[in-house]
Design a protein around this ligand. Structure first.
Ligand code: COA
Length: 182
């Protein structure tokens, strides 16, 4: 099926300041983060509940998209850095997607297994959504596998509400949630 090409709109002048929470630093991605993310995007444990792992080429392309999105979207997918270790333990933020034939901003998050179960996804998500509320008026979507109980818990704590069942990636059924920013 032919895919529509969208000219992704920009949201705001991007602020590059890091956000510090009690345990985390969240800041927009930089080129120096590439190696860490290219490794993570090829790791089946990190990529649980996704369309699958990347190879080195598609992992680099995915990181390129993170950098490009961050040039225009202050709440783009960004590294979650554990302050106690200085390690990048995942990401949180939005990326452009096509849904129902329209360009939409989709919010997502992902942690390495060792960083799960500590409340990090909620802590990071609240910080990034604070930036979104300050810089963007509009809707964010989130798409979650119906089997992904951990993510359903996070999205509720972040103030998203269930909207409907949707289909992405050639028939993959997901729960679609939405939240209004601003
Ligand atoms: C989904 C995912 C991001 C959740 O991350 P997480 O940090 O474990 O999620 P939460 O923020 O909800 O924290 C989980 C639990 O940690 C516990 N926790 C432990 N210490 C805590 C603390 N100091 N503060 C807050 N919660 C803490 C809480 O019990 C919390 O659950 P609860 O609030 O429902 O009781 C993670 O499981 C993951 O990366 N999964 C694979 C990828 C994935 O599925 N991504 C989403 C695709 S849609």
């Amino acid at each position: 099926m032919a895919r529509t090409l969208f000219a992704w709109p920009s949201c705001a002048v991007v602020q590059t300041r890091a956000v510090l929470t009690e345990r985390l630093e969240i800041r927009l991605p930089i080129e120096a983060d590439r190696h860490r993310f290219v490794v993570l995007f090829q790791d089946p444990a990190f990529m649980e509940f996704s369309a699958g792992v990347h190879d080195p080429s598609s992992a680099n392309t995915r990181f390129d998209t993170m950098l490009e999105t961050a040039e225009r979207v202050p709440f783009a997918k960004q590294p979650i850095i554990e302050r106690s270790s200085g390690e990048i333990v995942g990401y949180s933020g939005a990326a452009w997607c096509e849904f129902d034939d329209a360009a939409r901003l989709e919010f997502g998050y992902r942690l390495v297994p060792a960083a799960r179960g500590k409340g990090y996804a909620t802590e990071a998500g609240r910080a990034v959504l604070g930036v979104a509320d300050d810089s963007y008026r509009g809707e964010l979507l989130a798409m979650i596998d119906p089997q992904n109980g951990a993510s359903q818990g996070v999205i509720g704590k972040l103030g998203f509400e269930f909207w409907k069942i949707g289909e992405i990636d050639d028939g993959y059924r997901v729960e679609v949630y939405r939240r209004t920013c601003g």
